[in-house]
Design a protein around this ligand. Structure first.
Ligand SMILES: *[C@@H]1O[C@H](CO)[C@@H](O)[C@H](O)[C@H]1NC(C)=O
Ligand SMILES: *[C@@H]1O[C@H](CO)[C@@H](O)[C@H](O)[C@H]1NC(C)=O
Ligand SMILES: *[C@@H]1O[C@H](CO)[C@@H](O)[C@H](O)[C@H]1NC(C)=O
Ligand SMILES: *[C@@H]1O[C@H](CO)[C@@H](O)[C@H](O)[C@H]1NC(C)=O
Ligand SMILES: *[C@@H]1O[C@H](CO)[C@@H](O)[C@H](O)[C@H]1NC(C)=O
Ligand SMILES: *[C@@H]1O[C@H](CO)[C@@H](O)[C@H](O)[C@H]1NC(C)=O
Ligand SMILES: *[C@@H]1O[C@H](CO)[C@@H](O)[C@H](O)[C@H]1NC(C)=O
Ligand SMILES: *[C@@H]1O[C@H](CO)[C@@H](O)[C@H](O)[C@H]1NC(C)=O
Length: 461
């Protein structure tokens, strides 16, 4: 039995085949799916791990499930930076009103489409989910409800959500997917503030950590890493595309804005002619640029990732331990959040051992094979699911799914199959040096290093 993500795959397939316009690619023809390489703005898809079966292991019973779920596909966010709605709307104006001197006399000018193009990005929708984002979350709620149906024996379910519009709306669509018109009766929404008041209960860890937030920790390093890499990988793109303009030299921001128009038109309309401006290798270099950002800014290349992600991990660990209480334990846990929260959590769980502050991602070339790929871990609607089983030997076993694919845990022994099945016995998992600082002490570390206000735990992840 494979996890019932079939419908989402099917959806991806449909969208992929409709948008044939970006299929005109070099060597990746037939194998390269651009939509899966747009970093944290990628379409929802399973990552390509080792392909372990995500079926429930035979002779094991599911006892708990923990869902950490990102919001769905969205519009660009508010603001004037090159990835933001304000900037992109201005670029759209300039493309339409002739401020970019496109040379239409060149017959194969890839910008010819601009003549009949209708802009898609709309500032008045900034920050909001896209319609595909709503669908993604609804589907996901439905699939989780079906897969874990034996755990749904409560009257009311706590739905923890970062208190931001698109995250809350995502949690709502997901809950509709689980409960339909019983949604209001079946759920108790808990809104976790996105600022310092949330303390260690945060689902927005960058903003809840006063030291990290107020001192702009990691900003400088992240900016330098990205601008270094951009100067390298954007140069040949500019040279190539400059030929299609009259007496004009594209800037880095021009090229980035064309790329982000591609990305957001896909998020909003499932296809984009802007995507055909770029080759697969160029898209993969943009993907790397996003991975540099997430990795240096609170991710595995930052000294802060364990501190930021550790509070959630400690909370999760306490909930896992509660299963030892036969009489009274909670079975389902839901938390809705952002990509920037999920990456530090996964770093604190030890997912990205090849990227560390001592061994960060290089800023002068794309190494291609590295673990911390945002396209794989935090695409739109990305999620981390923690499953707790009780098996025939009566022991408890933990397994993580990343976007519904088994994450191959390797640091804490074998599962009940006595082979690398992605499962670890619960205490081996909690005690593994890879994550034990977080599972035992994540809250204290967060409070001390962040100078955060201690909070009594009132929410359970
Ligand atoms: C074109 O649009 C840009 C951005 O809105 C604006 O700054 C510029 O003045 C416009 N140019 C013309 C010729 O209308
Ligand atoms: C919710 O529960 C109340 C009280 O049990 C009931 O009257 C109401 O019909 C329920 N609403 C829905 C939509 O089922
Ligand atoms: C574009 O850049 C080239 C090389 O740096 C320079 O010679 C040329 O004058 C520039 N053109 C414009 C329009 O700025
Ligand atoms: C198990 O849960 C019950 C009810 O909440 C509580 O009274 C009891 O102390 C718990 N036992 C353990 C071992 O934690
Ligand atoms: C697990 O497999 C190893 C050999 O790979 C064997 O030595 C060991 O006894 C097995 N353990 C269990 C509990 O079956
Ligand atoms: C855990 O914390 C100890 C003490 O602060 C530190 O020496 C150790 O490196 C940490 N382990 C990991 C895996 O970060
Ligand atoms: C837990 O974290 C606090 C704050 O960083 C530290 O002072 C303490 O030594 C840690 N305890 C253990 C057991 O690692
Ligand atoms: C935590 O709970 C204890 C006991 O209920 C209470 O005395 C304390 O003030 C609470 N602390 C915070 C920060 O809310």
């Amino acid at each position: 039995m494979r996890l019932s993500s079939f419908s989402l795959w099917f959806l991806a397939f449909i969208i992929g085949s409709v948008s044939a316009r970006f299929s005109d690619f070099e060597s990746f023809k037939n194998t390269f799916n651009l939509q899966e390489h747009l970093g944290s703005l990628s379409i929802y898809h399973e990552p390509y791990f080792t392909g372990l079966s995500s079926a429930f292991p035979e002779s094991c019973e599911i006892r708990q499930v923990h869902v950490l779920q990102r919001h769905g596909s969205r519009n660009p966010t508010t603001g004037d930076g090159v990835t933001k709605a304000g900037y992109l709307a201005e670029v759209q104006d300039k493309l339409i009103n002739g401020s970019f001197p496109i040379n239409y006399k060149i017959p194969d000018n890839p910008f010819q489409f601009i003549k009949s193009w209708v802009p898609v990005v709309d500032v008045s929708n900034a920050d909001k989910l896209s319609s595909s984002g709503r669908l993604e979350l609804f589907e996901m709620g439905r699939e989780v409800f079906i897969r874990y149906n034996t755990l749904f024996d409560a009257n009311v379910y706590e739905i923890n959500t970062a208190a931001q519009g698109r995250v809350v709306e995502s949690a709502e669509w997901y809950s509709y997917g689980m409960f339909g018109d019983q949604m209001a009766n079946k759920t108790n929404f808990i809104y976790i503030a996105e600022d310092e008041t949330a303390g260690a209960n945060t689902l927005s860890d960058h903003k809840a950590c006063p030291v990290y937030n107020e001192k702009n920790v990691d900003h400088k390093e992240t900016k330098e890493a990205q601008s270094n890499w951009e100067d390298i990988f954007l140069a040949p793109i500019k040279t190539r595309l400059n030929l299609y303009f009259s007496d004009y030299n594209l800037t880095n921001d021009d090229v980035k804005s064309f790329y982000y128009l591609c990305v957001f038109e896909i998020a909003l309309r499932d296809e984009s002619d802007f995507c055909s401006l770029f080759t697969p290798s160029e898209v993969i270099n943009f993907e790397y640029n996003t991975d540099l950002k997430f990795s240096f800014h609170g991710g595995p290349a930052s000294e802060w990732s364990e501190t930021l992600g550790g509070a959630y991990v400690h909370n999760l660990a306490e909930s896992l331990r509660s299963v030892y209480n036969e009489t009274n334990y909670q079975k389902t846990f839901f938390a809705f959040t952002h990509d920037t929260h999920i990456i530090p959590v996964e770093a604190a769980l030890g997912f990205f051992s090849d990227v560390t502050p001592e061994n960060p991602l290089p800023v002068t070339y794309n190494p291609y094979t590295y673990s911390a790929k945002t396209s794989s871990f935090v695409p739109f609607a990305g999620n981390l699911i923690t499953e707790l089983f009780q098996c025939q030997d009566q022991k408890f076993y933990v397994r993580h799914l990343v976007n519904q694919q088994v994450f191959p845990l390797t640091d804490c022994g074998y599962g009940p199959s006595n082979s690398s099945d992605g499962m670890c016995e619960l205490s081996a998992y909690l005690n593994s040096p890879v994550r034990s600082n977080s599972t035992y002490n994540g809250t204290d570390t967060f409070n001390v290093a962040c100078k955060a206000n201690p909070t009594n735990v009132t929410v359970h992840y």
